[in-house]
Design a protein around this ligand. Structure first.
Ligand code: GLA
Length: 389
């Protein structure tokens, strides 16, 4: 490392340490947020939970002017401001401007989802001969970690500036038995905003006893800007030739089926709205798209690309996970008022959740989600933003 970089890194570390002691709005980067040229991160009070715990919002900014806001509540990506093809910024993720709405009505906007993202059938699984019971908070099934999952926990935050990137490391220790899951799970999620407009999410977890784990981020996107209509014109491409069909309660049947010839096939870029109302049994069951795609290839690779033709904004989801849940915002119903004060109608946001397959603990033919003491759960997903003209 050249010595100037080293000095700057040290300076940043000292500033981070000092900033942690100052309560109100603090700049913890070597640069002030207004200077435009360098990455920075600042912290502000966002709200107070009923029990008195204070929640902060961190604003990350890169040299290109992209801004990302992250809450210590649920590790929520509260806002993601990216340029369109003319350089105009808009917030492309759905959310709220206040804590109370996140606590009372959020359909998992932007949150870290765990311990088990997506569904576990009947809230039950057996591991090493012992059966565990979890909350059933989605009809007969367990969804997104239960009654009080990772989306509703307060995360400890450590900001950092490293080279041209700026980030926030979030940690949360989930105690043995929390929400019915075995093992104390030590979890760390590092969000990094890079100089080239990528949000990188590095997840890590270790356990004290054998358990299951499946973490994701549940951001909803509208590349026209949140509150700016529906997402039906977004062109989506998913690098998957197979998926896991579901029963009436959206639990995988266990089959891994080919997408070819079905309206769920997104191997060629296709507008989300083109086939979303099709009579296909799977689409009818999901009320639209709400399916796990079995990604082609292995390792960190592009899973999906979304192009919004009017703004020219492009989102790529890059992940090392085996699956991707594509959810077309079917449960949004026009009652939630979002960050900029506008209502969110049905299908005004979509989610692309990198993950292990739903209900894996009950399907021996799916990749395993078991984590044992001494092993490290580690996974990376990137939201990469760019534009086409
Ligand atoms: C996931 C699920 C959906 C729905 C949303 C949140 O995408 O698969 O069925 O629960 O989360 O509303």
């Amino acid at each position: 490392m050249p010595s100037s970089t080293l000095t700057r890194t040290r300076l940043a570390t000292v500033l981070v340490a000092v900033a942690a002691l100052v309560p109100a709005l603090v700049a913890v980067s070597p640069a002030r947020a207004a200077d435009g040229g360098r990455p920075g991160i600042s912290k502000k009070h966002f709200g107070t939970l009923a029990g008195g715990r204070k929640i902060d919002v961190y604003t990350l900014r890169n040299a290109a002017g992209m801004r990302v806001r992250i809450l210590t509540y649920g590790g929520i990506l509260q806002s993601i401001e990216v340029p369109d093809s003319k350089g105009k910024l808009a917030n492309v993720t759905l959310g709220f401007d206040n804590l109370s709405d996140y606590v009372k009505k959020s359909p998992y906007f932007g949150c870290i989802t765990g311990r088990y993202a997506n569904r576990i059938a009947k809230g039950r699984f057996t591991l090493d001969g012992k059966t565990y019971r979890l909350a059933t908070n989605d009809g007969p099934n367990h969804l997104h970690g239960g009654a009080k999952g990772f989306d509703k926990r307060v995360w400890k935050a450590d900001p950092f500036v490293r080279g041209g990137s700026v980030g926030l490391a979030l940690t949360y220790t989930s105690s043995n038995g929390e929400e019915g899951y075995p093992g104390t799970l030590r979890t760390r999620v590092v969000y990094t905003l890079t100089r080239d407009n990528r949000i990188r999410m590095d997840y890590r977890a270790t356990t004290s006893r054998p358990t299951v784990v499946n973490l994701t981020n549940h951001a909803y996107f509208n590349l026209r800007g949140e509150g700016n209509g529906r997402i039906l014109g977004h062109e989506l491409q998913i690098n998957a030739s197979r998926y896991t069909p579901v029963d009436q309660t959206l639990i995988p049947t266990g089959k891994i089926a080919r997408l070819g010839g079905t309206p769920l096939d997104f191997r060629e870029p296709t507008a989300i709205g083109d086939r979303v109302n099709s009579g296909n049994q799977q689409i009818v069951r999901g009320g639209g798209y709400d399916h796990n795609y079995v990604l082609d290839g292995r390792g960190l690779r592009t899973a999906a690309t979304v192009v919004e033709p009017d703004s020219g904004r492009v989102l790529k989801v890059i992940t090392d996970q085996p699956g991707l849940q594509f959810y077309s915002g079917n449960f949004l119903d026009g009652t939630l008022r979002g960050t900029s004060g506008r209502l969110y109608p049905k299908r005004s946001g979509f989610a692309l959740e990198s993950q292990h397959f739903p209900d894996s603990p009950n399907h021996a033919n799916f990749p395993s989600t078991v984590l044992r003491p001494g092993d490290v759960y580690q996974t990376t997903t990137i939201y990469a933003f760019s534009t086409v003209s």
